[in-house]
Structures are given as structure tokens and as C-alpha cells.
Ligand binder design. Sequence first.
Ligand code: S5P
Length: 274
Amino acid sequence: MRSHLKPYGSRAENHRNPTAKLLLETIERKQSNLAVSVDVTKSCDFLSIIDAVGPFVCLVKTHIDILEDFTQDVIFKLQKLSVEHDFVIFEDRKFADIGNTVALQYSSGIYRIASWSHITNAHPVPGPSIISGLASVGLPLGRGLLLLAEMSTEGALTEGSYTESAVRMARRHREFVIGFIAQRRMENVGGSAETEEDDFLILSPGVGLGARGDGMGQQYRTPREVVLESGCDVIIVGRGIYGKDLKDTEKIRTQATRYKEAGWEAYQERISVK
Ligand code: S5P
């Protein structure tokens, strides 16, 4: 059976990487395939949004370098919320350099991403050395990597042979690469028939229940299009959940519930199609 037609929980067994297992088990436990992307500039908004959406999400995605008042205390509080609300952390760093540089960017600097983020991601553009560079830091810590095989933006160059090469690179590094940022499943991309082992996780941004775009190139699809029609595993939603009023935690909670339900309904419909 194609992997995405199976329940999340049963797919955890196919994965050797502990972070892939953790994410699948968290999705199953919380009955949520919703990830919230918290792209705000103030630590207090960052933490209060995470606290509000925490019960409804399997994962929180961060852009830690957007915070203008970053201190180590933010990481301490983020990790505490991750334990309290039971969600996985994904720093959306989009590494894109040579192996040696990305290893330093991942382990060091102010943010020391590898020390707190379960998942991070990278552009495949430098070739396989970006994976080995990041793996030298992340694998001993049990971390997982997503490759950006496709992007959600209008006119993205991530298509055709680029996407195929990304998938082939990932298949050669299954111990560390747990899946893709993409708009659809990747099993049949890059010239290999689907196998049980090829169960990559597909995390998909560009999700909204309202507008179809943001006027800056972003393109939105509904949870149903993403999960049911395209077979993606996790919907990543940012502004669709917290909008402009970052202090209105009631509204944020309502929106998170709405997206959680839409994502889960689409998944249930998907696994019931035999
Ligand atoms: O192709 C992509 C890849 C990513 S990781 N398109 C994206 O939008 N993202 C990220 O998802 C982007 O950096 C942002 O953090 C989030 C989408 O936010 P939204 O507010 O448009 O939902």
C-alpha cells in the first residue's frame, strides 16, 4: 500500500531516524497534522502565539533570526512549551552553503540551532555535501533534515530535474533526511518505484483557508488540496492562523482549531480511500 494511505502511527515503524518517528507519533497522539509557522519579530508575541496554538499542533516552525529581541531565554521557554504541549520544533533555517559552513551555522553562532531544534531544512542546491555537513552535527543528536524539493512561491525554480536530483540525494541519506518541503508526494519522482523504505515525510507550506496568495509571491492551497489531493503529511500555516492581531489569543486558538480540523478531516478521508 502506498505509504501515505496508511495511518501516521503505523508509518513510524518504517523510520530509523528518531525525529521522524517522534513527529509521526506526535501527529497520531494529538490527532493533528497541523504545523504553525510563527513568523513574528517580538519574543513575547512569539511565545504567546506558541502557547496558544500548542495544544492543537504537532509541530512549531520557527525563523529564530526574525526575532529582534532574541536571548537564550527564548530557547529555554520554547523548549519548555514543546514539552508542556507535546510538539516538535522545526527551525526553518534553509541552509544553502558548503558542508563546512553549514555545519558551523547549524552548531554555532548565537542560535546554536542543532542544540534545540528537532528538525531543520536545507536547499539541495550545493549538492550532497550539504547533507553530510549538516549530518556531522545533527545525526549524533538524533536530529532530522528536510530538503526543499519544491517551493510554494510563484515562479519557483524548484522543478523538473532539480526536484528529481533532490529526491535522489535524499534517498542516499535516509538516516538523516526524513522528508521534504514540497507541494506533493515524492515517491515517484527521480526514477524509483515506491517502496516501504521510501516513506518520506512531506511538509507543505502555502496553506490557507482564505486568500489564494499574499501579494508577495506566496500561493495558498486549502488543507484538503494539500493533504487529500496532493498526499502531503503536514500542513504548515503561518498568517492564516495569527493574522495581523498577534495579541488576540482567542482568535488564534479558534483559527488553529479550524485548521487542525480541516487537516485531520482531509487525512481521514485520504486513509479511508482504498
Ligand atoms: O516553499 C516554501 C517553503 C517554506 S519553509 N514556502 C514557504 O512559505 N515556506 C515557509 O512557510 C515561509 O518561510 C513561512 O515561514 C511559512 C509560510 O507562512 P504563511 O504566513 O504564508 O503561511
